[in-house]
Design a protein around this ligand. Structure first.
Ligand code: AHR
Length: 507
């Protein structure tokens, strides 16, 4: 087996990898909020104000930079006033998108802000454009962020919170092309202008307004939004109503009716999954190119605020709850996405995996009966990669390309890698997507040498392997000793189906 050469100029730092590329998402959907993050104060499970402390503790190890809430589709039918004040007086609503279940509004604004404080994460609130009013959203911003005296400040104080919170990230609706109102791009652009204008900066809380963006490859949607900048005479600087726009992209191998199975899949399905995941590069390049035409200075951020795998729900679970298992394959999808994100660090300012607990590609799965908690393989990728947050990206040049294989009509590069440096340390992440063949990568580190090398590996006997309460460490990181010094850097051995991180001090 010949090694793949990879040249990294460690003394030529590229754009900083915004820590918000490691963001998260918690929707009122299935058991993400209720049963996942929030069990209520009367629960037998250790909690603080109803927030599950084991979940919080596990997530703190990931340095979660931001948490998006309350949706998703749910955001566009959520009325925030129903979720503040004494719990016994909060009205019940029906969560029509997700299982048609009753929502008692016990987890509302104050509970969300308390969760963010426990996690050490910045809040990212998705406002209601679809069925809400401009005034309702404007009041929510005032309630959260204003100090002094005003109707909303008084209400907040009555509800027990004296000081304003800081909330920078504000979403102007969600999927306006679909569940968020079935609008055309032009219709939504007009709404976004209105809503964004009346969401005010109070005091020194400067909002970062994120317009609801395209459905995956719909570049025309992005173009319509970006044209607003020119029309409003604010080309080359952020528009007053939006500082960023979003896009959503999910990885699935089938159709929306039959998306593929989370654990019952074959090698062909695995490769098709990787092809789909790798297309996030094409997606980000496409949207960035459109944005560059209208904003060459890259003042407007691109936000991928929903990404991840979406499989059929686990047999016997509520189809509206989107509960799926998480295998080594999901971990490889995550590793691949992060390599792409790091390469787009100059335009991509935030990304949020869907979703953090018990929904879609989760970090944590909890048992509805026993409450037992399991860390998924995807959790471990987030933990192993956290050193890239706020680090300078390092370009990786591949003089001989990457090993690849045919997958239907596509060609899949079976090795993926990215690198960054921060505080005198380098971190390289490498994935071998091949189901059966190992690979070696020769890291040719130019402009510096590395000492004190530490490597970890995430792999398993089978791509389908996953963690359960009975076997919680089937897919868990272990030290990796197959990294050897070479004349110009390091040779890293990548067993089949593995994710590896290599860290060291730079001299
Ligand atoms: O993450 C699940 C759902 O997927 C979200 O509510 C919606 O925005 C998207 O379609």
């Amino acid at each position: 087996m010949s090694a793949v050469p990879a040249v990294i100029n460690v003394d030529v730092p590229g754009p900083v990898i915004n820590r918000h590329l490691y963001g998260h998402f918690a929707e009122h959907l299935g058991r993400c909020v209720y049963g996942g993050f929030y069990v209520g104060e009367d629960s037998d499970l250790p909690n603080e104000g109803g927030l599950r402390l084991d979940v919080v503790d596990a997530l703190r190890a990931l340095n979660i930079p931001n948490l998006r809430w309350p949706g998703g589709c749910f955001a566009d039918e959520y009325h925030w006033m129903d979720g503040v004040g004494p719990k016994e007086r909060r009205p019940i609503m029906v969560n029509t998108h997700w299982g048609n279940v009753e929502e008692n509004n016990h987890f509302g604004t104050h509970e969300f802000m308390a969760l963010c404080e426990l996690l050490g994460a910045e809040p990212y609130i998705s406002g209601n454009v679809g069925s809400g009013t401009v005034r309702e959203m404007s009041d929510w911003v005032e309630y959260l962020t204003r100090e002094g005296d005003s109707p909303m400040v008084r209400l907040r104080k009555e509800n027990g919170r004296e000081e304003p919170w800081r909330v920078r990230f504000w979403g102007l609706g969600n999927e306006a092309w679909g569940c968020g109102g079935h609008m055309s791009a032009a219709q939504y652009a007009a709404e976004a202008r209105k809503f964004g204008t009346y969401c005010r900066d109070h005091g020194d809380n400067q909002l970062y307004r994120i317009a609801a963006g395209a459905n995956s490859f719909d570049y025309a949607w992005t173009e319509t939004l970006m044209k607003q900048l020119g029309e409003l005479g604010c080309a080359y600087r952020p528009a007053p109503f939006m500082q960023a726009l979003s896009v959503h992209y999910y990885t699935l191998t089938g159709t929306w009716q039959d998306k593929g199975q989370a654990t019952d899949f074959g090698t062909d399905d695995h490769y098709r999954t990787m092809v789909q995941a790798a297309r996030v590069d094409e997606l980000l390049t496409g949207h960035s190119n459109v944005m560059d035409c209208y904003d060459p200075g890259r003042n407007v951020g691109l936000v991928l605020d929903e990404w991840g795998t979406w499989w059929n729900v686990e047999p016997g679970t509520n189809p509206g709850f989107l509960y799926q298992q998480n295998t080594l394959r999901d971990a490889l999808v995550a590793g691949l996405h992060f390599d792409v994100f790091h390469r787009h660090a100059d335009r991509l300012v935030m990304a949020n995996i869907a979703q953090t607990v018990n929904v879609l590609q989760a970090m944590i799965l909890t048992d509805p009966e026993s409450g037992a908690l399991v860390l998924t393989p995807t959790y471990h990728v987030f933990e192993m990669n956290k050193g890239h947050q706020d680090a300078a990206s390092l370009r990786v040049d591949l003089p001989s390309g990457l090993p690849s294989r045919e997958v239907g009509e596509d060609r899949l590069a079976t090795v993926s890698l990215s690198a960054s440096r921060k505080d005198g340390r380098i971190l390289v992440s490498l994935s071998n997507l091949d189901a059966d063949e190992a690979a070696d990568v020769d890291l040719d580190l130019r402009g510096g040498s590395v000492t004190d090398v530490r490597a970890r590996i995430l792999t398993a006997d089978r791509l389908q392997d996953h963690n359960t309460p009975e076997a919680p460490a089937t897919v868990a990181p272990r030290p990796h000793d197959q990294v050897t010094a070479t004349a110009s850097g390091l040779r890293v051995h990548l067993p089949a189906r593995s994710f590896v991180t290599v860290e060291g001090s730079l001299d």
